[in-house]
Design a protein around this ligand. Structure first.
Ligand SMILES: Cc1cc2nc3c(=O)[nH]c(=O)nc-3n(C[C@H](O)[C@H](O)[C@H](O)COP(=O)(O)OP(=O)(O)OC[C@H]3O[C@@H](n4cnc5c(N)ncnc54)[C@H](O)[C@@H]3O)c2cc1C
Length: 415
């Protein structure tokens, strides 16, 4: 009952571990969407690049997520402007509105076998209040010129196969992917572009001499002029580098056995990815084989998986006896204001973290832009202003609070 994506991955990339010492121009640590797209871009721009991944490509959030390649952040556009200021916020909104275009272009360019389906996503109102939230989002997206449409209850029922929702916002910019395959495909493209990529190579120590970075692994060292630390919620193993921490939100998913052709005629017949407006949200989508995936906040375990089975039956009564074949979870790096950060570690060296649950398109956009900033020695084109430091009040306590909240809701929910 493990991660479905490991079993349905159309990309077979793998790499050896580092067993020697060498010098490189740009060192990328972390093999998720951010690290792989940055390494790929830097190599395309002519740099000598090394990427070190502690486990295998996509071990972190990139190989565990729902696979909704959405436009923008989880926050609505106006909230982004309120938090960052009008000019900076509008710029980030604009850049991320084009995020799915960048993801799907990357998939096409490198022929990545990740079941890419661009039929849009459905943001579903779980209550009357949720309808009001969607109307506010609709207005804000329309101001951006985004191709979004509000669907009434009847149309929402037709598109989802469930009568649990009041309305939906259909965003045609978005789509679904097999996320692990997308990460591995980026790694394959990066390697083809000349990146020296090593798996099962945890960076244990990182030192900045003022002239260069020295990364130490179990069997080698890498010296580099510039660094991108792309370890996000999976930052681990380092004995000599403590980054500012963000809160951690766990998110889990279950997958059914493939649905029957008859069930697939009514359940998400348009193959959109879906999630709802609840604070402790629910997501669901089909995979290429017609399995239904349902996800929610929480680290997994009986309370959460029992809730997911009840929720499945509530949303789709015809699936009450459908077998569950996979169950897995992952960690999300959540900042206090739900905005991602690019933090300067030294000149031309950055750490990117805190996508707060929206990292497929943003990871691709931020990784690519940061590679350009490093090679141009100019951070002006980055999607967010670079910060020198980051701190938030008691992230550990907030993480416990998120998990307790999700457990409480799931213990009593969908009964
Ligand atoms: C369950 C779940 C569902 C989600 N759903 C969605 C979704 O539908 N849509 C969306 O847009 N976003 C979603 N997200 C968020 C998205 O998956 C992440 O924001 C994104 O994957 C982050 O990518 P990344 O490359 O920055 O980090 P990661 O993919 O986490 O990669 C970090 C990598 O760094 C490596 N690493 C750590 N320490 C070291 C070290 N010392 N040395 C070497 N390597 C190291 C790790 O092994 C890991 O592979 C979801 C996240 C989760 C967990």
């Amino acid at each position: 009952m493990d991660n479905l994506w490991q079993h349905t991955c159309g990309e077979t990339f793998n790499a050896t571990s580092l067993t020697c010492s060498h010098t490189t121009e740009v060192l990328v640590i972390g093999g998720g969407f951010t690290g792989c797209s940055a390494a790929l871009k830097a190599a395309e721009l002519g740099a000598d690049v090394t990427l070190l991944e502690a486990e295998t490509i996509g071990h972190g959030g990139s190989g565990r997520n729902v696979g909704l390649a959405n436009a923008g952040l989880w926050l609505p556009p106006d909230d982004v402007c309120n938090a960052m200021g009008q000019v900076t916020g509008a710029r980030l909104n604009h850049v991320l509105a084009g995020g799915p275009d960048q993801v799907f272009a990357m998939i096409a360019k490198h022929d990545i076998q990740c079941d890419a389906t661009r039929n849009g996503t459905l943001h579903l109102a779980h209550s009357a209040k949720g309808v009001e939230q969607l109307k506010a989002r609709l207005t804000q997206f329309k101001q951006q010129g985004a191709p979004v449409t509000m669907l009434d209850q009847l149309e929402t029922r037709k598109r989802t196969g469930s009568d649990l929702f009041y309305a939906a916002l259909h965003d045609r910019r978005a789509g679904t992917i097999q996320p692990l395959a997308y990460a591995k495909g980026l790694a394959r493209a990066a390697t083809a572009a000349g990146v020296k990529l090593y798996e099962n190579t945890a960076v244990l120590g990182l030192e900045n001499t003022g002239e260069q970075w020295i990364a130490t692994t179990a069997d080698g060292t890498v010296k580099a002029n510039s660094l991108l630390l792309a370890t996000n919620a999976y930052h681990a193993h380092f004995k000599t580098l403590n980054l500012p921490t963000t809160s951690t939100v766990h998110y889990f998913q279950i997958a059914t056995e493939p649905l029957t052709p008859q069930q697939l005629q009514t359940i998400l017949p348009g193959r959109e990815g879906a999630w709802d407006t609840a604070l402790i949200m629910t997501s669901f989508r089909l995979d290429a084989a017609g399995r239904l995936l349902i996800g929610g906040m929480g680290a997994g375990g009986a309370v959460h998986s029992n809730w997911a089975k009840r929720k499945l039956a509530k949303m789709f009564p015809s699936l009450v006896r459908t077998e569950i074949s996979h169950c897995w979870s992952g960690r999300i790096s959540m900042t206090a204001d739900h905005l991602p950060r690019i933090m300067k570690l030294a000149p031309n060296s950055y750490s990117i973290f805190g996508y707060s649950g929206r990292g497929i398109s943003p990871g691709t956009v931020f990784g690519t832009a940061t590679a350009q900033a490093i090679l141009n020695s100019d951070p002006a084109g980055l999607p967010v202003p670079v910060c020198e430091d980051y701190s938030e009040w008691s992230p550990g306590l907030k993480s416990v609070f998120y998990e307790a909240g999700a457990s409480a809701v799931h213990f009593s929910g969908a009964r």
